[in-house]
Design a protein around this ligand. Structure first.
Ligand code: HEM
Length: 410
């Protein structure tokens, strides 16, 4: 019998946030326990073994596994994440085929160029809040890359909408409703754009736009416009969300200046640095699934349709795999052989057949480019500000959004 906390823990989850699952696992001396969230029984689990059970087979569906408040702002109904089996593999291919090394390279170039163009504007201002600047910068990057260039007015609308979808995914009530309203507007824009592309002819020079507009389901039917729009947002929104990791990377450069010095002259430790930023930064606290069929793990019978939350943050901070997990040590990734279950900031397991994030390499490369820019192309000051990172806010950020002053190109 796994430990059970019979009372409803919804409020505790919202209050404790990222540490909710792991603090209970530590206290109960277990990797899984059952409780209730939103009055519904749920098994919470953490660690590499749990991640392997969650991602290793085809045991879990995402259908019915996320509250509507989260689902409608992030992946949405009918999206790749909501699919299972063959339909999922077919739709997932679309994302994997779009995010090739060449395509990622193109995105990094666009991003680097837009950052370079932003520098004189940042220099002219007394101070900038990095997170606020990254929203339009990454929105424009994503739009150009995906073949949907935006004028300044559209850019302001889209970056606000895409930013709000992530910012308010974890909130309830008016903020969440407001973000959903913005999302509806963004979906209408995406539908119009894809509809126009389908009638005016596909642009062969823009692979992402072309692939999305021309994509057919596994039965050969064109992807309905509403779903094509949802998937378009599933490309654009997470690219904009990479800004959050960039803010944490800037915070790490500030807190550990020896890493700034080490990264100034070469790319040798750049990837380990970015991986450690992804391991230590709180982003998605947990991911939810429902069992597709009954199975047994650690003596516990998982009946069909049982709700499970896998603790991503806790798994990335599991002391059994990460020595002194709270310490920021990029060195641990220098000779890291790679492991799909101990390091799961963007999910785990195989990319093709499971629900692991297809944008993981894109994320790493964009954050690497941002670190290059922060370290090698500009100087700036980090004035006194509130850099606390609240672990009960999901998703979280340094409270100030990371203020920078006296920016100069170097
Ligand atoms: C900002 C950094 C990112 C984070 C923290 C993140 C996180 C995640 C996580 C945790 C999942 C797994 C969900 C699950 O197991 O059900 C996921 C799936 C997904 N991500 Fe990301 N992601 C990021 C960036 C990206 C990027 C850049 C893209 C595309 C350009 C992307 C597209 C997707 C898609 C389409 C899925 C659904 C995959 C499926 O269900 O098979 N993500 N992401």
């Amino acid at each position: 019998m796994i430990p059970r906390e019979p009372s409803d823990n919804s409020l505790a989850f919202l209050r404790e946030g990222y540490t909710f699952v792991s603090s209970r696992c530590d206290r109960l001396g277990t990797d899984l326990f059952e409780t209730r969230i939103m009055m519904t029984p749920v098994v919470c689990m953490r660690g590499a073994g749990a991640a392997e059970v969650f991602y290793g087979g085809d045991r879990f569906t995402r259908t019915g596994a996320l509250p509507k408040s989260v689902l409608h702002l992030l992946q949405d109904e009918g999206s790749v994440q909501a699919l299972d089996g063959t339909a999922h593999h077919h739709r997932k291919r679309l994302f994997l085929d779009l995010l090739t090394p060449d395509a990622i390279g193109r995105m990094v170039l666009i991003f680097g160029q837009l950052w370079q163009e932003a520098l004189p504007r940042w220099q002219a201002r007394r101070r900038i809040v990095l997170h606020e600047e990254l929203l339009p910068l990454l929105t424009r990057t994503a739009a150009i890359w995906a073949g949907a260039p935006l004028n300044d007015h559209e850019l302001a609308l889209r970056s606000r909408e895409l930013g709000a979808m992530v910012e308010h995914a974890g909130s309830l009530g008016p903020r969440n409703w407001w973000a959903r309203m913005l999302r509806n507007r963004c979906e209408r824009w995406a539908q119009d754009a894809i509809g126009r592309m389908r009638t005016d002819g596909i642009r062969p020079d823009v692979p992402a736009a072309q692939a999305l507009a021309a994509h057919t389901e596994s039965d050969g039917q064109p992807l309905p416009l509403s779903l094509a729009a949802i998937e378009r947002l599933n490309l654009l929104r997470p690219i904009v969300a990479i800004g959050r990791f960039i803010v944490f990377a800037a915070l790490a450069l500030y807190r550990y200046p020896h890493w700034r010095a080490a990264l100034a002259f070469g790319d040798g430790d750049l990837e380990p640095f970015v991986q450690e930023v992804r391991r230590t930064s709180p982003f998605f606290p947990v991911v939810g699934g429902r069992t597709r069929e009954a199975f047994e793990w650690q003596g516990e019978q998982f009946a069909e349709s049982r709700w499970v939350l896998l603790d991503l943050y806790g798994t990335n901070h599991d002391a059994r795999h990460w020595h002194e997990p709270a310490a920021f040590r990029p060195e641990r990734f220098r000779d890291w052989p790679g492991d799909p279950y101990t390091f799961v900031p963007q999910g785990g397991g195989p990319y093709e057949t499971g629900h692991r994030c297809p944008g993981e390499r894109t994320t790493i490369e964009i954050v690497k480019e941002a670190v290059r820019r922060l370290v090698r192309t500009m100087t700036y000051r980090v004035p006194a500000q509130d850099l606390t990172v609240s672990l009960s806010r999901m998703p979280t950020l340094p409270r100030s959004g990371f203020v920078m002053t006296d920016i100069r190109p170097s």
